[in-house]
Write a protein that binds this ligand. Sequence first.
Ligand SMILES: CC(=O)CC(=O)SCCNC(=O)CCNC(=O)[C@H](O)C(C)(C)COP(=O)(O)OP(=O)(O)OC[C@H]1O[C@@H](n2cnc3c(N)ncnc32)[C@H](O)[C@@H]1OP(=O)(O)O
Ligand SMILES: NC(=O)C1=CN([C@@H]2O[C@H](COP(=O)(O)OP(=O)(O)OC[C@H]3O[C@@H](n4cnc5c(N)ncnc54)[C@H](OP(=O)(O)O)[C@@H]3O)[C@@H](O)[C@H]2O)C=CC1
Length: 291
Amino acid sequence: MDIKTIGIVGAGQMGNGIAHVMSLAGYDVLLNDVSDDALAAAMDLMSKNMARQVSRGKITEDDKAGALSRITTTQTLTELGQSDLVIEAATEREAVKQAIFEDLVPHLQAHTILTSNTSSISITRLASRTDRPEKFMGFHFMNPVPVMQLVELIRGIATDEPTYNACKSVVDKLGKTAASAEDFPAFIVNRILMPMINEAVYTLYEGVGSVQSIDSSMKLGANHPMGPLELADFIGLDTCLAIMNVLHDGLADTKYRPCPLLTKYVEAGWLGRKTQRGFYDYRGEAPVPTR
Ligand SMILES: CC(=O)CC(=O)SCCNC(=O)CCNC(=O)[C@H](O)C(C)(C)COP(=O)(O)OP(=O)(O)OC[C@H]1O[C@@H](n2cnc3c(N)ncnc32)[C@H](O)[C@@H]1OP(=O)(O)O
Ligand SMILES: NC(=O)C1=CN([C@@H]2O[C@H](COP(=O)(O)OP(=O)(O)OC[C@H]3O[C@@H](n4cnc5c(N)ncnc54)[C@H](OP(=O)(O)O)[C@@H]3O)[C@@H](O)[C@H]2O)C=CC1
């Protein structure tokens, strides 16, 4: 199937990264969000991130101008009905995602493939509420999208081969690498990564180490590019908690229980970088640990 236009729902950190790489690869992009501010901020951030790529010789000024001109923003979800492929990248809450698909489905073309960038939620369950479970799958990018090489592709129980192959060819065109994961809670990357992050929060909660000593230990002792608490702030603590809850509920094993301290940070609205405060406070010149 020839995919030309890609609709993206949600212009947060993932939606903006996905729009960035898709437009640079030559796709026309329709970017939707409920908030006009989020759409404006996403365009601004893409322009800045592409300018940095120009300054480092990764892309040309023409590539940047062409890519930005291929992106149309809209607050009207139904305009995404013209897309050949839709990637939903809204907040990690099942009710939010279900409502988006419910509103969008009546406006789609018969051939449109629907996907979700969900970090953890059942693809089969999301697909079952649409009119096209065979044309539905998980299309899971990693953060930051322009930098990370992997895309997890997750088939729901009903996903057909043409749908999988069409999504795989988009990943190939982006120059990224696809990994196929079965549809079980949090798939591969987050099944492994998120319990590690949650354990780092328990390590903090139990006083085994401070924010700084935990992050330094994993950076210098295990060669991770970011410490687990710094990475949690980067992902978003609301997203981390949502993934742990999906693992806990879906696998019914106490080893996945979210750390109460992670819950408390989310209750405080301290969601990490996106709200300027999480395990670190980002409001000053340099990040300052909050514990
Ligand atoms: C939660 C989920 O569902 C799944 C997930 O995504 S889990 C999260 C997965 N991601 C990770 O684990 C990220 C771990 N961190 C890293 O790999 C690195 O710290 C990092 C790549 C983010 C930054 O690396 P760094 O060496 O410290 O920074 P820096 O040298 O400034 O940047 C490296 C490159 O990334 C780019 N970059 C950094 N942050 C970026 C961002 N937010 N957006 C776009 N580009 C970015 C830089 O421009 C630079 O690009 P070039 O190589 O083209 O010059
Ligand atoms: N953060 C990460 O590292 C990764 C996240 N993901 C997944 O990607 C998805 C998005 O995450 P992320 O970008 O981090 O989250 P963000 O919070 O940065 O962005 C989510 C965006 O979706 C918007 N939104 C909420 N409801 C709707 C709606 N009904 N219609 C359109 N837009 C809506 C939000 O608007 P508002 O703020 O106004 O509510 C916000 O702008 C989640 O499913 C997450 O699990 C996947 C890989 C990595």
